[in-house]
Write a protein that binds this ligand. Structure first.
Ligand code: B12
Ligand code: SF4
Length: 454
């Protein structure tokens, strides 16, 4: 049986490769390879490192996607931004498909609820080339919006939640020989994600836990991962070691929601061990925000000594309503303390980033100014994390009840840029003013940091 794994194109106002990787699909491919006799094929429309592409990247692997401007859907007509298809050139995608043999099954992932059109476009290409293949769709879309996914995206089978077990069962049902079907209920150890299928292994994703024990009203972590599951330190260390030995990987991108929570059990044993290992020159990056309240003297020293190069702290806001809805994640004092500890550990302040929620319902320009001024005072680089209304979250349901968002759900309304410009209450001038303010602070604080001591 031949099985093709596909990461689809993106249609959006913006998309940047901030180490975006289809990690869920890597896990599924590893499981299919280990536990079944299916033959595996791989097609990633977002892999900037695959053959024949000219790569322009930063040294750590971040970079721009190739893009092609496309017509905006009706609902986005008033958003004053270009709209594009992001991903590898179409000819490359098509020539890869043409070179593959006929497929029996195609497994397609989805990474954001609003990347609907990218999926529709990719599914159309796949159906034209492989009309007889069974298509299975999984990931964020069928997990958070199952009804809409089924009505808008043609597939033979839809999987909500973790796919390891479901995929093997599906293949077994079609006649593949399957030796084992893993259950991830209380143990997330599984074959290591199949990063060998990617165009490069220099920058590899790393997951030390699934989910988060907190309950922020804007976050879908709990819906996607009902239980906070943590890996054993020894298994995490073995994965890092294997990546270094086999692939010479240098950059590890942490995909956790909550790397530092329960730090004594996982973060400290793993990374203090790496910190002691002076031979290694690995770099760790946390594009997802870290819990600043967990950063004390000890964890700051470990972060620095282990080689954490990109550190972004989840700050969100100083606005009382947002703080309340963030499940007590962090406050002003904890943030100051975290930054002091990190500075003492050897970081310069301008090397540290802080995520600020922007475009949150009810937020005002004044809220943003105050929060930005606080981050400026701390000497950090602000990153505006534009609010995306995520289906199924408390905030999303409230927005529907208030009539701000449509019922039934319109997936295109979950786009963060659309929400910011059309629904957040911020005027175009205010949006530009806040972005400008953030850019100025960022520039000044980055300059103050001058260079990278890591
Ligand atoms: C890591 C991460 C990122 C990383 C990398 C993203 C990536 N995928 O490469 C970065 C930092 C870049 C990122 C950015 C953003 N993210 Co993000 N991110 C995550 C996070 C924490 C983990 C995703 C992940 O890889 N998990 C690990 C893998 C193993 O799990 P998985 O992908 O779910 O896969 C499993 C199942 O889904 C299933 N499955 C997956 N594919 C398939 C396919 C088939 C066929 C089958 C059967 C099953 C299946 O099986 C897999 C294995 O069990 C999730 C939250 C979460 N806990 O899921 C948010 C999340 C996806 N992000 C979210 C958001 C809001 C964002 C941002 C918009 C934030 C912002 N305001 O800027 C940006 C947007 C990025 C962009 N380019 O526009 C939202 C989703 C929003 C939405 N509307 O869909 C989430 C859910 C967090 C939240 N706030 O609720 N993110
Ligand atoms: S702390 Fe982060 S991951 Fe956890 S619920 Fe809040 S936003 Fe989601």
């Amino acid at each position: 049986m031949k099985v093709l794994f596909v990461n689809p194109y993106i249609y959006d106002f913006s998309a940047y490769d901030l180490w975006l990787r289809p990690l869920g699909l890597y896990y599924l491919a590893a499981n299919v390879r280990r536990y079944s006799d299916a033959e595996i094929y791989w097609l990633d429309a977002l892999d900037r490192f695959q053959d024949g592409m000219e790569i322009r990247s930063r040294e750590d692997g971040r970079g721009k996607y190739p893009r092609e401007f496309v017509e905006k859907p009706e609902i986005y007509q008033d958003v004053p931004r270009n709209y594009s298809r992001y991903g590898i050139p179409l000819e490359l995608f098509q020539s890869k498909m043409a070179a593959f043999p006929e497929m029996d099954v195609i497994l397609v992932t989805s990474l954001m609820t609003y990347w609907l059109q990218g999926l529709q476009f990719t599914l159309k290409l796949l159906k034209q080339r492989f009309p007889r293949a069974k298509i299975v769709l999984g990931g964020i879309l069928p997990s958070l919006a199952p009804t809409e996914t089924q009505s808008l995206l043609p597939a033979d089978h839809y999987v909500s939640g973790y796919g390891e077990n479901a995929v093997l069962r599906f293949l077994e049902g079609l006649g593949a020989r399957v030796s084992y079907t893993p259950v991830l209920a209380d143990n997330i150890e599984s074959p290591l994600p199949a990063v060998d299928l990617a165009g490069t292994q220099k920058y590899v994703p790393l997951l030390t836990s699934r989910g988060c024990p907190l309950h922020c009203s804007y976050c879908a972590s709990r819906l996607l991962n009902p239980v906070f599951l943590e890996r054993r330190p020894q298994d995490i260390l073995s994965e890092i070691e294997q990546r270094r030995r086999v692939f010479n990987s240098r950059h590890f991108i942490i995909f956790d929601d909550a790397l530092l929570l329960n730090k004594k059990k996982r973060f400290l044993p793993v990374f203090s061990r790496l910190a002691r290992d002076k031979q290694t020159r690995s770099r760790f990056h946390t594009p997802n925000g870290l819990h600043a309240s967990e950063i004390d003297r000890e964890s700051a020293l470990v972060l620095h000594a282990a080689g954490f190069a990109t550190l972004r702290l989840s700050f969100e806001s100083l606005a009382p309503d947002i703080l309340r809805r963030s499940d007590g994640k962090v406050n002003r004092k904890q943030m100051e303390n975290a930054v002091n500890c990190l500075e003492r550990a050897g970081y310069r302040r301008g090397q540290l980033g802080a995520y600020l929620l922007f475009g949150y319902p009810g937020q005002t320009v004044e809220d943003m100014e105050k929060s930005l001024a606080f981050i400026k005072g701390l000497g950090l680089v602000p990153h505006l994390s534009v609010f995306s209304p995520v289906p199924g979250t408390v905030d999303f349901i409230e927005l529907q009840q208030r009539g701000v968002l449509a019922t039934p759900l319109d997936l295109l309304e979950t786009n963060k840029i659309y929400f910011l410009y059309q629904k957040s209450g911020f005027s175009l001038e205010a949006i530009l003013q806040i972005k400008e303010m953030a850019a100025t602070i960022s520039h000044a604080n980055l300059e103050a940091a001058e260079g990278d001591p890591l």
